[in-house]
Design a protein around this ligand. Structure first.
Ligand code: GLN
Length: 301
């Protein structure tokens, strides 16, 4: 595709607490989003949001928060409540896509009760809570595969806390591994376009369909792109649920000074070669003994 045919979009990702919450290659999620955007002519700006920074929801199109050990989570827990809570709530209620991994996921639910020390208060975006049942209870460690959206997600988990869902919907169903609590086969949580998960690994490099899901949600929300145009940018994995058009109107006008219709039709579908990603995905499924899921994953190539 010639450069002049490429759509020109800019997305801004707020990366919460990169200095504290950055376990097991969580930054790989950001690199994946950046690369997938770049190959489509989309600019992804990444803005770090550390301790003490306020979160102004209008400045972002998507948010990411990674995982960390208990000692790093404690100061974050205070700050997320004091400095980012209202902004994050507003962003989520306004359908901004948010990905929260492990420790970050725990802090977006009601609370994390560590093995020792006081509870860490969370934002309650997910109606769920997390309890570490003591140093003698084995941690949930290892490779994990879950069923998600008619497909699979693979990753690596390492958490002492067990998460229990109230009314929150799980992100997926555990096929192999521990997930939220090793008991009920649930993994992660969802609320509007916010996704919490225990999958590190990092998650997005081996799950290109999930990476594109987040990007498509962000583009649709911020630029009011029609589903036809979104399908041109994401010809492979698009599976967004329809929402009433009215919900999206005000925001796109605010962002672009014009309706999303100014982008017209995107001329040529932009397809990415995800062979390597799906081979990595399938090899994890193979290792976990999930043969037919591995074969299904390879069909995405
Ligand atoms: N400290 C939390 C736990 O062990 C989160 C760990 C993580 O983010 N990997 O449950």
């Amino acid at each position: 595709m010639s450069d002049s045919n490429k759509p020109r979009f800019t997305l801004t990702l707020g990366h919460l607490y990169p200095a504290q919450l950055n376990l097991y290659g969580d930054r790989g999620n950001i690199i994946t989003l950046q690369r997938r955007c770049q190959m489509r002519g989309i600019t992804l700006r990444v803005v770090p949001l550390g301790i003490g920074d306020a979160l102004a929801p209008d400045e972002y199109d998507l948010l990411f928060i990674g995982g960390g050990q208990d000692r790093e989570q404690a100061p974050v827990s205070q700050d997320i409540f004091d400095m980012k809570g209202i902004g994050l709530w507003a962003a989520v209620e306004d359908d901004m896509p948010v990905l929260a991994v492990c420790g970050g996921y725990q802090l977006l639910a009601h609370y994390y009760r560590p093995a020792s020390g006081p509870d860490m208060r969370g934002l309650g975006i997910f109606d769920a809570w997390t309890i570490h049942k003591g140093a003698n209870v084995p941690r949930c460690i290892g490779d994990i595969a879950i069923e998600w959206n008619g497909s699979t997600l693979v990753g690596f988990e390492n958490h002492g806390g067990r998460t229990y869902l109230g009314t929150a919907k799980p992100l997926g169903k555990v096929l192999k591994g521990h997930g939220n609590n090793s008991e009920d086969h649930s993994e992660g949580a969802m609320y509007r376009n916010a996704f919490g998960t225990y999958l590190h690994g990092s998650l997005l490099p081996k799950n290109p369909h999930f990476a594109d899901h987040l990007l498509a949600l962000a583009l649709r929300r911020s630029y009011e792109l029609s589903d036809d145009n979104l399908k041109k940018i994401f010809p492979r994995y698009l599976s967004l649920k329809e929402r009433p058009a009215q919900e999206k109107r005000g925001r796109a006008a605010k962002k672009n000074g014009a309706s999303g219709a100014v982008y017209g039709i995107i001329p040529t579908p932009i397809d990415l070669d995800d062979t390597l990603e799906w081979e990595a995905h399938a090899s994890m499924l193979e290792r976990l003994g999930l043969r037919s899921a591995a074969r299904a994953a390879l069909r995405h190539r």
